[in-house]
Design a binder for this molecule. Sequence first.
Ligand code: ATP
Length: 293
Amino acid sequence: MLEVRNLTRRFGERTVLHDVSFGVPANGMTGFVGANGAGKTTTMRIIMGVLKAHGGGVLFNGEPLVDADRARFGYMPEERGLYPKQQVLDQLQYLGQLHGMGRHDARTEALNLLDRFGIADRTKDKLESLSLGNQQRVQVAASLMHHPTALILDEPFSGLDPIAVDSMSSLLAERAATGVPILFSSHQLDLIDQLCDNLVVLAEGKIVASGSAGELRARARSTHVMVTPPDAGWLREMPEVNVLDVAGPRAVVEFADEESAQRILRAALDRGSVTEFAPQRPSLAEIYREVIR
Ligand SMILES: Nc1ncnc2c1ncn2[C@@H]1O[C@H](COP(=O)(O)OP(=O)(O)OP(=O)(O)O)[C@@H](O)[C@H]1O
């Protein structure tokens, strides 16, 4: 478990992180979302020791995070950072060896990762000769080489095609399942929804929501879809129901509580047929939009 506690950070007179606290549990992926400039990269840089915090700190498994822990983390920085002119395989092998892997193990792991990312045929090519998406795959492979104890990835999915997104997602999910806390930032809300067990939402340097997907969904507004042919417009006249949208027989509504839901359902049945009455599980994308509003 990685815990960010009460981080503050200023650049000149401007405070860009205000008392930021959240957890990155093991055994799951934590999505880090927020508008451009919200402070995600700054937070990740502080976790990795690239920037100093002006207040607060980071714990790893309950102890203050130190450089020896960070050396075992995998980090993909926003500015990336591999050598454009070096061959892909040699570069990954070199990075593995820097992390203490033997030459043979590093080469085997590099080949394994390049194969998983579908670029095993590019091992001898210089990084700069690869497309941007393929360079991105190599960057993520670099962060995974030494079987890190935690992963901090700044927009690892940006610019990837759907096949690469799938291979990267499954690889990260495998690492998460072995107990590695993974924090990754992304602007792709549908992807966050698909992959994340936890969500952290930052807005203007402040945490506006954080927690497990289940907790956040339970707190979010829950709606129902009701289909009552021929026209669901009558719902607007009913007490105890907040009608969010009506299109012909289909309405999206919000009830005060479960009893109200049941009363309205009975009223609908008394009027005629009900062909659908379904609670809607809010997506993490919807939760994100609601909390930053
Ligand atoms: N070295 C720096 N000097 C001055 N201001 C900085 C510096 N680094 C970041 N900032 C400011 O801190 C704020 C947070 O930036 P940060 O890069 O952390 O946001 P972000 O959430 O990662 O954004 P994005 O989604 O665009 O990558 C921004 O207003 C940015 O301009």
